[in-house]
Design a protein around this ligand. Structure first.
Ligand code: GLN
Length: 248
């Protein structure tokens, strides 16, 4: 009897698995990388942030359930290409290179990358950067900047805060990161500072190529959230929340 029960539990699980592929059509899946406050970060076990709100609003517009999953940044875009997820939103900068593989929505934020440095060392521009040990989050536009603009290999970390920890520990000379997570990282660190923007970038949601209806729903959601003040409120609220988490 016990064995029968076990088998039927397994059979049920198998049914559920195949059932899940049907029910997943009712769910809009976001893929992200939740170490990037205020766009995405963990509140306990829950993934929250500006990008999560944008994607949840897209799901609502489409009348679908919503789920969010976090992976390393360099696995975010591959997840929409393979169909594992529908929406990639992770403070993703629109780049010509990425456009070859995915479609981007309209941008929702204008931003850029900055240098996080020790005040004692100062920061003296591009020539000063060359030849130093530079920390970046792997797979990001900061990595591309070091490879292409400075012509050298960076020291890769899995998150902006891990890169800044390497700076504090003296394993790198400075860090390059997007401004908002950089600001979050240096909060309460009186010996660290950030430079002005060294690039100009825009964030957008990325999806698999050839999904025009989904792209339209995302663009409408972004336009509505900009127009009715929701986007500005998400930015203010999640910046305040992620800053306060940093104080803990
Ligand atoms: N905006 C940067 C990029 O797209 C970094 C994004 C991130 O680390 N989440 O490469």
């Amino acid at each position: 009897m016990k064995i029968v029960k076990t088998i039927s539990a397994a059979a049920l699980a198998a049914l559920c698995l195949s059932g899940c592929s049907n029910s997943s059509e009712d769910t809009l899946k976001m893929i992200t990388e939740a170490t990037f406050p205020p766009y995405e970060f963990l509140r306990g076990q829950e993934i929250v942030g500006i990008d999560v709100e944008i994607c949840r609003a897209v799901a609502k517009k489409l009348g679908k359930n919503f789920s969010a999953e976090t992976v390393d940044f360099d696995s975010v875009i591959p997840a929409v290409i393979s169909g594992k997820a529908d929406l990639a939103a992770a403070g993703i900068t629109i780049t010509e290179d990425r456009k070859k593989n995915v479609d981007f929505s309209d941008p929702y934020v204008k931003t850029g990358i900055v240098v996080v440095y020790k005040k004692a060392d100062g920061f003296a521009g591009v020539d000063w950067m060359k030849g130093k040990k530079i920390g970046v989050q792997g797979g990001t536009t900061s990595e591309t900047y070091v490879l292409e603009k400075l012509g050298q290999e960076p020291e890769r970390s899995r998150s902006p805060s891990e890169a800044v920890a390497a700076l504090k520990a003296g394993r790198v000379d400075f860090v390059i990161a997007d401004i908002d997570p950089a600001k979050n990282c240096i909060k309460g660190e009186s010996d660290l500072a950030i430079s002005d923007f060294i690039t100009s970038e825009e964030y957008a949601v990325a999806i698999r190529k050839g999904r025009p209806e989904l792209l339209k729903a995302i663009n409408e959601t972004i336009a509505e959230a900009k127009a009715d003040g929701r986007l500005a409120k998400w930015i203010a609220d999640y910046t305040a929340e992620s800053d306060s988490l940093k104080d803990d």
